[in-house]
Design a protein around this ligand. Structure first.
Ligand code: FMN
Length: 350
């Protein structure tokens, strides 16, 4: 078993086990419509077994960064359809990552005046980029009322329907990196005293309900995945008990039979613990290069490997890994800048 062995993932047969990580690239317009450049960017990487798109907002309330895409307006859906057409034309598969930022937002990056929402009204420490005001502190979020949580869950369902209308093969729930679902999971950000806070059972509730809503909307669990990053401190996401929380989550979602659980390694060994706890397909990412990836697959530590920054810099990553060819280095200075530089101009092998 190696990166080039086919795999069944949910409803699909993938031609290899190389997965392109979800990566925000900030090339969309101010209304969250993906750039025409995204067609080439994703299309040129379509020989991945699976492409997971950049984090994409399910609603205006779920947006927090400049120039990130959404999946709630007809123009966004139409633009995404061009991306999925390009990937499918080359025989690829792609899932849309649904990302509700929760409190990781600034008003200058949003199209609505409402404050961001979160499990609790706790501002994230740190600053974020805005195009009009430079670096700014994160906004103070408003705690979601218990009665409005079903409508937020409903946004994930609608985003799933919209993604399928854009011909995505499936959707990934972004429950990592300190965004809304992660804010519910973590003790540092969730101080609720109702059914969505306190015990592990309560803190995982938002995620299990969002996932269930996405499965119902997709009409099949095999079109739905989830990403988690236990132990990751990004976006001020303090967590007292990550391992027990994520093991409980894995146990709770095992009966759903989703396409995959995607774990980003963050140094606490969660990928090993979750491999044992989760009976379904496991995707692991975080700092992989070719040799270690093949070794992890060979040893059964993962079913497929997720490549992030390496995929930014190498559109023909699958070919390069197959040939053992050298890899281009990613240029972090163009990760989030507008335009083709660092987006669609990395060289491919002759
Ligand atoms: C430019 C960039 C943008 C990213 N944006 C997202 C995102 O939108 N959603 C997400 O789940 N992870 C995001 N990540 C994290 C990656 O999906 C991946 O987990 C991480 O980069 C580790 O993999 P790597 O070491 O192979 O890069 C991003 C990473 C990079 C480099």
């Amino acid at each position: 078993m190696n990166l080039f062995s086919p795999i069944t993932l949910g409803d699909y047969s993938l031609r290899n086990r190389v997965v392109m990580a979800p990566m925000t690239r900030s090339r969309a317009d101010a209304q969250g419509v993906p750039s025409p450049l995204a067609v080439e960017y994703y299309g040129s990487r379509a020989d991945a077994g699976l492409i997971v798109t950049e984090g994409t907002g399910p609603s205006p309330a779920g947006m927090g960064y400049p120039r990130t895409p959404g999946i709630y307006s007809p123009a966004q859906i139409a633009a995404w359809r061009k991306v999925t057409d390009a990937v499918h034309a080359r025989g690829g598969r792609t899932f849309l990552q649904i990302m509700h930022v929760g409190r990781i937002a600034h008003s200058a990056n949003r199209t609505i005046p409402d404050p961001p929402v979160a499990p609790s009204a706790i501002r994230a420490a740190g600053e974020m980029w805005t195009d009009t005001q430079g670096m700014q502190p994160f906004d103070l979020p408003r705690a979601l009322e218990l009665a409005e949580i079903p409508s937020v869950i409903g946004e994930y369902a609608q985003a799933t329907r919209n993604a399928l209308a854009a011909n995505f093969d499936g959707v990934e729930l972004h429950s990592a990196s300190g965004y809304l679902p992660n804010q519910f999971l973590s003790t540092g950000t969730n101080k609720r005293t109702d059914a969505y806070g306190g015990s592990i059972e309560n803190r995982i509730r938002f995620v299990t309900e969002a996932l269930a809503a996405m499965i119902a909307a997709a009409g099949s669990p095999g079109k739905v995945g989830i990403k988690v990053s236990p132990g990751m401190a990004f976006n001020d996401i303090g967590h007292d008990d990550p391992l027990p929380t994520y093991l409980a989550l894995a146990k709770a979602i095992a009966p759903y039979h989703i396409a995959y659980l995607h774990v980003m390694r963050a140094g606490i060994g969660a990928e090993t613990a979750l491999r044992e706890a989760f009976p379904g397909t496991l995707l692991v990412g975080g700092g992989f290069k070719g040799d270690e990836a093949n070794q992890a697959l060979g040893e059964g530590r993962a079913d497929a490997i997720v490549f992030g920054s390496t995929y930014v810099a190498n559109p023909d990553l699958v070919r390069r890994l197959e040939k053992g060819a050298p890899l281009n280095d990613p240029d972090a200075s163009t990760f989030f800048t507008p335009g083709p530089k660092g987006y669609t101009d990395y060289p491919v092998l002759a």
